[in-house]
Design a protein around this ligand. Sequence first.
Ligand SMILES: [Zn+2]
Length: 543
Amino acid sequence: MMILILPGAVYYKIQLYKLTYLHTHFHMQDENYIKPNQKKIDIFKYNLSFDLYPEKKIFKANAVLTGQVLDQNIQSIDLNFYDNFNIEKVLLNGVSTEFENEGTTLSIPYDSLLGKEFIIEVVYEGTPKKAGLDGFVFGKRNGESLVYNLSEPTFSSTWFPCNDLPYDKSFLEMSITNDSDAVSVSNGILIDVKTNGDRRTYNWRTEYPIATYLIAIYSSKYISFNDKYISLDKKDTMDVDYFVLFDKLENAKVDFSGHVKMLEVLSKLFGEYPFIKEKYGVAEFLWFPGAMEHQTITGVSSNMISGKNFFEDTYVHELAHQWWGNAVSPKSWKDIWLNEGFATYSEALYYEALSGKKALQSTMISKYSSNFSGSLSEPGTYLFTRTMYDKGAWVLHMLRWEVGDSSFFNILKTYYETFKYSNASTTDFKNICEKVSEKNLDKFFEQWVYKEGQIEIQYKTEFINSSEGDLVKIQLEQIQEDYQVYQFPLEIKIINKDSTEQNFRYEITSRDTLIEISSISKPDTIELDPDRWLLAQIHMKDE
Ligand SMILES: [Zn+2]
């Protein structure tokens, strides 16, 4: 997900308002949201069908969940489902059953005599309750109806019954019916379109597993246009589909035109696009201020289809989530930095691939802050903070500096290959980093991921001209207020009077460090961390 944080002139005030609003009104579900029995079932497949009536803001729905019980001692199959719908019936293995629907849980009695595998069908209708960042929305723009959802992290249960744990991935068939002039879009591939009088049904299906929070619905009088992406091995040609309302068509043609290039660049960096047998798509939706990386079909706010490429970084970010978040999904919501930090660093990697090292550095500087609060491993109740996005990106940048480019890109590829279509935790990522780099990264992860804080350095330099040889002395002190002493490689660049340059790399391991470099003449300039690899404030000490 991308919540706008770039203070573009027009958007700045609205954005500040929205962010304040989000922070004060949005929290994760409470800790009782997931019932213990939910960890004892495994859903294989969701067959969902929605009959939309936007003018009345209601839908009629049918949800069929196929799964198995992992522990046959449980007395009930518990699912997440808001209790505000009119449930016509619930069937368990084809037989009408009792159920309890209270708060955010749907509970169905289970007996081991029924066997391990189950099929639950829920027939219901109503208006979804507003919850989370946006939930399920019957929206309108310029008088046109636009139906969409944004469920991340735990609000899919506002519109369908589900086992809302990010690691319980399933296959999906989605059927959406609306007025015959509406185009309805979801995850995966389009199987067929059927018209019945003034109603039209779009059937979609996934070939790859999906986490509940990435399941999407979009329905409006969309105009669509299309690009093709050819896989790196040239064996697959994949559709890249765009859906916007008519008045955004010209803008969208400009803004969306970079996607094929982005797909190529990111596939080369990380490994082939994960959903190559399906599609990648972008659909206009109304959640402002941002965009959401629903699997194979990103939602982008109307306000971010500018016709001037203003939001290209957001498009890269959402596409990168198809690897980081959608293919490799978080094991729990505590691992959100593995989504957001990775997608954010992918923006920098994309600009580096296009324009080189300076573009990498300037992108990272734009994401720099001298006071990220909180640790990456403890996101708290509001997941989408600058720390998870921008500090997350900085930590990957520093990891790259720590292990070197070749190991770093190997880590990304191995991590993706190992965990795609599945889930990973911070520990899983650390294990891959250590295995690939053959380095112990305990200290790195402790100081950057598990603890909060960042480096602050004060230094002074001295040139000593003596008979035994000339010396540059650099006295360096870590002055950050927190108690920890950081360990990191520091680059020092010396520029001599004749414009020649020398670069040195030092492992800093203590609070105070004295570095001595022999030199033939007094240097013109001494720069610490000249290429900006460190999340550090570096000041020259006043004499
Ligand atoms: Zn994101």
